[in-house]
Design a protein around this ligand. Structure first.
Ligand SMILES: [Zn+2]
Length: 127
């Protein structure tokens, strides 16, 4: 879905919640994503954590998120730096441990960590 992020992050605030989630998944604007990494609710932060355009510093912040669901998405983000991924290997949540194994040990995990999101939109494997 196209959206206009050229001015500020503010327009996303005016969207209905469901549309905002879609936009946060598709957004390619680092500054917008960095804002919602802090300001969003846990569902919104999950979308930001999974978005391959989220800058490394925001991904690092989301790796320490109180929500395990957010931390799980970080495992598949191509901007997660090696020390961030290493810390997630020791995450206390079994769900996050499963996610990091999936990210490194499965074909879809490798595809996602390279930044491709096409497989998801086609519905392959994760449908
Ligand atoms: Zn955007």
């Amino acid at each position: 879905m196209d959206h206009d992020c050229s001015d500020t992050w503010g327009h996303l605030r005016t969207l209905p919640a469901e549309q905002r989630l879609v936009s946060l998944g598709d957004c390619t604007h680092g500054g917008v994503l960095r804002h919602w990494a802090s300001a969003g609710n846990s569902e919104e932060r999950s979308r930001v954590a999974f978005n391959p355009y989220t800058p490394a510093d925001a991904v690092r912040q989301l790796a320490a998120d109180p929500s395990a669901h957010v931390r799980m998405q970080v495992c598949f983000n191509p901007n997660a730096e090696p020390d961030v991924l290493a810390a997630l290997l020791l995450d206390p949540s079994p769900e996050v441990q499963d996610a990091i194994r999936c990210a490194f040990d499965t074909e879809i995990g490798h595809v996602l960590r390279r930044g491709s999101r096409t497989a998801i939109y086609k519905g392959d494997d994760l449908d």
